[in-house]
Design a protein around this ligand. Structure first.
Ligand code: IYR
Length: 230
């Protein structure tokens, strides 16, 4: 994506400067918390379609994330094609069967018990979209030579967080899914060996009878997630 000659240090005045009072910041922070605390990981979907442009707008938001040396080492593949979703489901379920039938080990299976997951991944075919996140371990200049990427997991995971927030903000539900290994996604989606799939995100509208595990509502209190040193 980068032309070598474009990679020089020049600056521009900070765009989009925000200048809120403390009270305005307080309100904004609380309002965003109120949006985000209503995000729930949803496992039961309807097949109600979601227009492609909404998915694209959310991916655009993901693409604004900060990244190591601004290399933006991510690629998102959005799949609505039913045959492709079916193939991804079949291959993911095969991995998951191995996981749930012993690959995971007893401690991991016990940790998942209150979440109620199993190897059946119906959402992968019912949800109208699957977004597969790929991490680019290295990139290529326009002349085909390689360049290194830096802080790839950190960068991709921040972008993935932006994507989940954007989809939620747009009124959609999501499920993050990580079959392991996920190599089959490179072949299924025609992505190069330089890219590592990190996550499948099912996206859509919740089924009328959708539930969430009760434990999912138990969020750690502030004093456990933060230490404030003034
Ligand atoms: N990838 C499996 C197992 C799984 C693991 C964790 I950690 C979860 O929080 C949920 C599921 C699956 O998707 O079922």
């Amino acid at each position: 994506m980068f032309a070598r000659e474009a990679l020089t240090y020049t600056t521009l005045p900070l765009p989009d400067r925000v200048d809120l009072t403390d009270e305005e910041m307080r309100t904004a922070a609380s309002e965003f918390y109120d949006v985000m605390r209503k995000r729930h990981t949803v496992r039961d979907y309807t097949d109600q379609p979601v227009p492609r442009d909404i998915i694209e707008r959310c991916i655009k938001t993901a693409g604004t994330a900060p990244s190591g040396a601004n290399h933006q080492p991510w690629h998102f593949v959005a799949v609505a094609n039913p045959a492709l979703k079916q193939r991804i489901r079949e291959e993911a379920e095969e991995e998951e069967r191995r996981f749930y039938e012993g690959g995971a080990g007893d401690e991991w299976i016990k940790a998942l018990e209150p979440i109620g997951t199993n190897a059946v991944k119906e959402h992968l075919t019912i949800a109208p979209w699957l977004i597969i996140v790929f991490a680019q371990r290295w990139g290529q200049f326009e002349d085909g030579t390689r360049y290194k990427n830096y802080y790839v997991p950190e960068s991709v995971n921040i972008a993935t967080g932006f994507l989940l927030a954007a989809l939620h903000h747009a009124g959609l539900s999501t499920l993050t899914h990580t079959p392991n290994p996920m190599r089959f996604l490179n072949e299924a989606l025609g992505r190069p060996a330089s890219e590592k799939p990190t996550m499948i995100i099912a996206v859509g509208h919740p089924a009328p009878d959708a539930t969430v595990p009760q434990v999912a509502k138990m969020k750690k209190p502030m004093d456990q997630i933060a230490t404030i040193l003034e």
